[in-house]
Design a protein around this ligand. Structure first.
Ligand SMILES: [Zn+2]
Length: 211
């Protein structure tokens, strides 16, 4: 019971309903205590960032689930968010306690955006677009840098093609839809080339043309 009170108090210092929590890193082997329950040694460290306050804490696996349970008690439907490279961990947490974790789709926190952009392979169309839409509103150097990093990915992956597709052409992921579109374009061009080639071969003599 005493532990429970301490846990609640410590969590209250780190998180208020509405604040977003993102797990930015998971690692093993360190002498750190779990910030919330004090347990040591921790097998799996989870570095949690409150994106509103920029406060960071290090907690163990089971305390992530305890956080979720307290969030629920306080009437919050929030989940602990994870970067896309931690999909397996999200599934593991949710198998232990459903609805605990989710992959972060987008965060307005500049450091989180920078971290997402540093692993472009994991970034989805929605995330790249969200970062562009958000960072374009700012003029400072850091946001401009993030904007250009996102723009490079946008151009490289030809996401502009996806943005111009009709809704019915958007099937599956953005990448699939773009690939399908390019294949259709290519087939159409091939067909037109064939068509032109055939008409050249038809050997029409000038005499046959009535004008
Ligand atoms: Zn703990």
């Amino acid at each position: 019971m005493q532990n429970n009170v301490i846990f609640h108090e410590k969590l209250r210092r780190f998180w208020r309903p509405g604040d977003e929590i993102i797990c930015t890193r998971i690692f093993r082997h360190s002498a750190n205590n779990c910030y919330l329950c004090g347990n040591t040694p921790i097998e799996w460290h989870h570095v949690l960032l409150n994106t509103m306050t920029n406060q960071i804490i290090d907690v163990e696996f089971s305390c992530i689930i305890n956080i979720k349970k307290i969030m629920e008690k306080l009437g919050s439907g929030q989940k602990i968010l994870f970067f896309p490279q931690y999909t397996e961990e999200v599934e593991h947490l949710n198998s232990q306690y459903p609805g605990t974790a989710a992959i972060v789709q987008f965060s307005f926190n500049p450091d989180v955006m920078a971290q997402l952009l540093s692993k472009p392979k994991e970034l989805s169309y929605v995330q790249v677009k969200s970062i562009l839409n958000h960072t374009v509103k700012y003029n400072d150097e850091f946001m401009t840098e993030l904007f250009h990093a996102a723009l490079d990915i946008y151009l490289e992956r030809k996401y502009y093609i996806y943005d111009y597709l009709y809704e019915h052409e958007k099937t599956g992921t953005a990448e699939q839809s773009i690939a399908d579109h390019l294949r259709r374009e290519w087939e159409r061009e091939m067909y037109e080339e064939d068509y032109n080639a055939t008409s050249y071969e038809s050997n029409v003599k000038d005499d046959d043309i009535p004008f």
